[in-house]
Write a protein that binds this ligand. Structure first.
Ligand SMILES: [Zn+2]
Length: 136
C-alpha cells in the first residue's frame, strides 16, 4: 500500500516556507510521494483542496484508481469534499481540526459523509486493513 501526502500549504505563497521544505519533511516521515498546493485560497488554482488537482496529479504519476484510494484527513470542507468529488473512500480523523469538522463546521461539507470517523491515525489505518481483509 502506498502512502501519499496531499496538502494545502498557503504559507508558501507568503514566502514563509518552500515546496522543497515540505517535500523533504514528507520524505523523512516515510511518505512515498507528496503533492503540495502552494497557493493562497484567493488565487483560485485547481489544486487547492477541495479542488482535485492534487489528486489528479497523484493519479497520473502513480496510475491510481481514485475509486479505490482512501483519503484520511481532518478537514471536512477540503479533504472530505475533494475525496467525495473523485469517489474515494473518506476517513475523517478526530485529531487536528477533525472533531470540529464533524460538529461546528459540519455545514461546510454537507454534500457528503465520511465512510469512517477515526479517533486518530492508527484507528484509520486499522479500519483500512480490516476492510482489505474483508475484501479478500
Ligand atoms: Zn494550488
Amino acid at each position: 500500500m502506498k502512502l501519499f501526502a496531499l496538502t494545502n500549504q498557503h504559507r508558501i505563497s507568503k514566502g514563509e516556507a518552500t515546496v522543497a521544505d515540505f517535500q523533504t519533511e514528507f520524505d523523512e516521515l516515510g511518505f512515498d510521494d507528496s503533492f503540495i498546493c502552494p497557493h493562497s485560497p484567493t488565487e483560485r488554482c485547481g489544486c487547492h483542496k477541495p479542488e482535485i488537482g492534487l489528486l489528479l496529479e497523484a493519479q497520473q504519476k502513480h496510475q491510481l484508481d481514485l475509486k479505490k484510494i482512501v483519503i484520511i484527513g481532518d478537514v471536512g470542507s477540503t479533504d472530505m469534499l475533494a475525496a467525495h468529488k473523485v469517489g474515494a473512500y473518506k476517513i475523517l480523523v478526530a485529531t487536528g481540526w477533525g472533531r470540529r469538522s464533524k460538529s461546528d463546521y459540519r455545514q461546510t461539507w454537507l454534500e457528503t459523509e465520511a465512510d469512517y470517523y477515526a479517533e486518530h491515525l492508527l484507528d484509520a489505518v486499522n479500519w483500512i486493513l480490516n476492510k482489505e481483509k474483508g475484501a479478500k
